[in-house]
Design a protein around this ligand. Structure first.
Ligand code: 9G3
Length: 570
């Protein structure tokens, strides 16, 4: 391809709203252009990368036995009313009306559509199990689209759905998909972790795993064990119950002490020189029409997902200041569990304490020598906190947990019969009895994955595509297009490479060398061949973008180096 023909404009600067590196680089290198907030055009270079990612996904999906389909984006709103999800997602659902004023939803995902499809196509156990997938545009009206392709409102997703007749069958489908995901992300050159994840609102029985691309800008926090392969989303990571020291020496009676204007943990720690581990923090929440308190150690944080799952609520939130005052009789900074007229959920780490400091339920006063069970009820004890860095690994009990940020690029779920029951996808079993199909669903954010790969593969000069994904495999730079010798050598090389099936881009523009080098570093094609003055003596410069190694080689040598570099792929 001649770069003088390529629809490509590189920018020296990224627009100010682009904060993450991938967003800046994809814009500056002319891979994408924004049409509207969270809505992007893929220019030729961007489209070529996206197609390579799709090809890897298709290859592994097909290899896993899944069958590709293509479902519509336009979904009748009735389907979402039937499944009960129409209200759940509110404004995030993109809706439209057809000419007969019938309401449609632009698909954010396809559980309803695929379950209806399979309900009509399959009725006998003989036709199961089956897994189908698609690579298709999804629409989600994010409140705050940001970071380019990482959080868009129209994006490319591979979504797959498995249908089985037993939970053992689902486990098999799940593991098959799980392994395919490992292959896909490895072939994309991505550094990732599969983490135990909360099954969240989609709520299947058997939980789920998220595939996290490790990146500093990742919005998710994952807890990773220093010695075993345990990794979990912070929402899900399990906090170990502390060993309660049975030999509790007799603790003095509870004692109230004056703490004028000392409301926060930090103030207690600073002004009274009290360690956070000795403080018992009480927070008042509202959820499911009830008000309750959660009690955690001063150095821990409440994990609201764990609390709401324990209570069987979809969400909980901190009670407003006035509500706390009227219910607890004191402002939140002095609330404590002793004598609190509310149900209290006590985190296991607190239940394991021999004594602690708590709010006294009275303005400007705290209690010391507060003993769990003696001074407040331990009826409801559980894991209600976020794990903390340094916690012992709940899986191997040897390693310790440390945190990393991640970008969720894939998510696999065991759905069970949640949709098949609601939408009537059932089959006749061996004895002719109607049974609901057992489902799993499996997503990869294709366009988000492209950005995550840039986050992991770039330097200050630009992108550095893994050899499996680069828009072109070799970038030939002609230093002076007025020098017939250089042009001839470049074209000769181009012909030889093209004959070998190696995708090659020639920078044949009438531009200064500096501009060509800057653009080549920005675009990030893995190999670069510079045809300059030494062309007359039959030699050129060979550069690898990732290592910035530069060698002067004769044409023959360059050809063999390129073949060697791409050998397993061509
Ligand atoms: C919606 C909107 C946003 C959503 C959903 C529905 C996330 C929704 C979860 C999933 C689960 C799986 C199949 C592929 C893998 C992920 N955001 N989810 O269901 F209406 Cl607006 O999408 N779906």
């Amino acid at each position: 391809m001649l770069q003088s023909n390529l629809l490509l404009t590189t920018l020296r600067e990224a627009p100010s709203e682009a904060e993450t590196s991938s967003h800046q680089l994809l814009l500056r290198a002319g891979y994408i252009r924004q049409l509207a907030a969270g809505v992007y055009t893929y220019l030729p270079l961007g489209r070529r990368v996206l197609r390579k990612i799709e090809a890897i996904v298709r290859d592994e999906m097909d290899a896993s036995g899944a069958q590709e389909v293509l479902m519509p984006s336009m979904q009748p709103a009735e389907l979402w009313k039937e499944s009960g999800r129409y209200e759940v997602y509110g404004k995030e659902l993109m809706t439209l009306q057809d000419r007969h004023e019938r309401e449609f939803i632009l698909g954010p995902t396809h559980e309803e559509v695929v379950t209806t499809l399979v309900r009509n196509e399959i009725s006998s156990y003989r036709k199961l199990p089956v897994t189908i997938y698609q690579i298709q545009t999804k629409f989600r009206d994010e409140r705050r689209p940001r970071s380019g392709l990482l959080r868009g409102r129209e994006f490319l997703m591979k979504d797959a759905y498995s249908f089985d007749i037993s939970s053992e069958g689902l486990d098999k489908s799940y593991i098959q998909m799980f392994n395919a995901y490992h292959q896909i992300f490895k072939r994309c050159g991505l550094e990732f972790r599969a983490v135990h994840a909360d099954s969240g609102a989609i709520g299947g029985e058997g939980g789920s795993h998220e595939f996290m691309a490790l990146a500093g800008i990742g919005e998710d926090t994952i807890a990773i064990c220093s010695s075993c392969d345990y990794a979990a989303n912070l929402e899900q990571a399990e906090a170990l119950r502390p060993v309660k020291n049975e030999f509790v020496m007799q603790v003095a009676e509870i004692e109230k002490f004056h703490t004028p204007d000392i409301r926060t943990i930090d103030q207690l720690e600073q002004e009274l020189d009290i360690q956070q581990e000795l403080i018992i923090k009480t927070l008042v929440y509202e959820g499911g029409g009830q008000t309750f308190a959660v009690v955690v150690r001063g150095d821990h944080e409440v994990n609201e997902i764990k609390v709401s799952k324990y209570l069987g609520m979809t969400e909980i939130k901190l009670a407003e200041y006035d509500a706390v005052k009227s219910l607890a009789g004191v402002e939140s900074g002095f609330v404590g569990p002793v004598g609190l007229p509310l149900t209290i959920l006590v985190d296991a780490a607190v239940a394991g304490m021999t004594e602690g400091i708590t709010g006294a339920g009275e303005k400007d006063y705290h209690f010391r020598n507060v003993v769990p069970a003696r001074d407040f009820s331990l009826e409801q004890v559980g894991d209600f906190r976020n794990v903390a860095e340094g916690d012992v690994c709940p899986h191997c009990l040897e390693g310790v947990l440390h945190f990393q940020q991640g970008i969720e690029v894939g998510h696999v779920f065991k759905l069970g019969t949640k949709y098949s029951e609601k939408l009537g996808a059932s089959y006749l079993d061996r004895s002719g009895k109607s049974q609901p199909m057992i489902m799993g669903c499996y997503g990869i954010g294709i366009s988000r994955l492209m950005s995550a790969i840039v986050e992991q593969h770039h330097d200050e000069d630009g992108m550095m595509w893994p050899k499996t994904l680069a828009p072109y495999q070799v970038h030939i730079l002609i230093m002076s297009v007025k020098d017939a010798e250089q042009v001839a050598v470049a074209e000769g090389l181009y012909e030889q490479l093209t004959k070998l099936g190696i995708e090659t881009l020639i920078d044949d523009r009438d531009e200064r060398a500096g501009v060509k080098f800057k653009d080549a570093s920005l675009i990030g094609i893995p190999l670069c061949v510079v045809v300059g003055k030494q062309a007359a003596q039959g030699s050129v410069e060979y550069l690898e973008r990732a290592t910035a190694g530069k060698e002067v080689l004769v044409i023959m040598e360059v050809m063999s180096r390129i073949k060697e570099f791409y050998s397993p792929l061509i």
